[in-house]
Ligand binder design. Structure first.
Ligand SMILES: *Cc1c(COP(=O)(O)O)cnc(C)c1O
Length: 371
């Protein structure tokens, strides 16, 4: 069947390895990479991505849920795996059985988890200004009580940057984090490993040497917005994922004729339209029909309609002429042309991670060889 699928993501382990090396070159020698592989490694395929990362020497992972953690273990992934979101306390036994580390967002949650009476490894979340999860950095008593629960062992303490790309905001969050850690230490609590930076934070807080960084985007070689990380000395990374589909039909459309549903996109002059075998049920955003592009035969072609299983592109200007069976590229390179995932996200009015996480299970994940 190879080569005949409707739609597939090509994944380059060499790019993943390159990005790991780029990150390591930015980090102090003892600083570890916690690879964030939640949401199926941002659509790249969680288990396969974690396996490659293990091969590249990464031994620390983070996911959102206990289910994702168990999937990694069943896929043979070892090392430390941190659950970033609260696991229902009724599932404490699963955390223990699969040696998963649970992040603690509040004293109330920590108490309900501790009540199960199961020894667990945990990490404290400190809220330093994002106001998502965690106890406020000034709440010394509540932080201390989380750390003092009898069945929970604290193996780490972390905070999350709300604006990782903004050095001033991030430095203030870092200062608040440091004060919370000092307070805990002053009360005799060992906070375990300390980590603050996400991908953008690695670049906005250079030279910071805590015990680890928690990175997703940088590993996958993408940014949420084209503008992000664009400060001097910003990252050179390689995107891991390309998204490709096939041309299934090529047809002529006469002036005044509509294309696709609703008759919304009547053409003004004779056009050649290519029908592609990927649509919004695969993760191609419907908004691409207003200003989005796809590469065919190395040319940028305007998208004129996105349906559930198919997309229609205007290929009038493409030569040699587009033929059924040809490849169309939504993300990645085709000849000299390249469409970054960031551009697709921008055309769809969203962020890159939203696009990548939205690639559905119908998209076959195809890992290329390492070189
Ligand atoms: C998703 C997530 C990350 C990874 O962020 P990137 O921007 O992809 O590097 C880090 N920390 C937490 C708590 C997260 O939820």
């Amino acid at each position: 069947m190879r080569g005949t699928e409707r739609v597939w993501a090509e994944l380059a382990p060499a790019a993943l390895l390159y990005n790991v090396a780029q990150l390591r070159s930015r980090l102090s020698p003892g600083c570890r990479i916690i690879a964030v592989v939640k949401a199926d490694a941002y659509g790249h395929g969680g288990i396969q991505t974690a396996r490659w990362l293990s091969r590249f020497g990464v031994a620390d992972f983070a996911v959102a849920s206990c289910r994702e953690g168990i999937d990694l273990r069943r896929g043979g992934v070892g090392g430390r795996v941190l659950m970033l979101c609260p696991t229902p306390p009724e599932e404490a036994e699963l955390l223990a059985r699969h040696r998963l580390t649970q992040a603690l967002p509040s004293i109330e949650y920590a108490v309900s988890l501790d009540r199960r009476g199961i020894p667990l490894e945990t990490e404290l979340i400190v809220d330093t200004g994002m106001h998502r999860l965690g106890e406020d950095y000034r709440e010394a008593d509540r932080l201390h009580r989380m750390a003092a629960l009898p069945h929970l062992t604290v193996t780490g303490t972390f905070t999350h940057l709300g604006q990782g790309g903004d050095p001033a905001v991030s430095r203030e969050q870092l200062r608040r984090f440091a004060s919370a850690v000092d307070t805990l230490r002053g009360r005799g609590v060992n906070p375990g490993r300390l980590h603050v930076q996400n991908s953008a934070g690695v670049w906005s807080l250079p030279g910071l040497s805590l015990d680890a960084v928690r990175v997703g985007m940088a590993l996958y070689g993408v940014r949420d917005r084209l503008s992000e990380w664009e400060q001097p000395g910003g990252p050179r990374l390689r995107p891991v994922l390309s998204l490709k589909t096939r041309v299934i039909q090529v047809r002529r459309v006469e002036p005044g004729e509509p294309v696709g549903y609703g008759g919304g996109n009547a053409v003004a002059s004779p056009r050649t339209a290519a029908v592609l075998s990927a649509g919004f049920a695969d993760g191609v955003p419907r908004q691409l029909a207003r200003g989005g592009l796809v590469l065919i035969n190395g040319r940028r072609c305007p998208v004129i309609g996105v349906c559930m299983d198919m997309t229609i592109a205007d290929v009038t200007a493409v030569s040699p002429p587009v033929r059924p069976g040809g490849v169309a590229t939504f993300i990645g390179g085709d000849g000299e042309a390249f469409l970054p995932a960031e551009a697709l996200a921008e055309a769809a009015g969203t962020v890159t991670s939203d696009i990548l996480c939205g690639l559905s299970s119908r998209v076959e994940r195809r890992w290329l060889p390492l070189d």
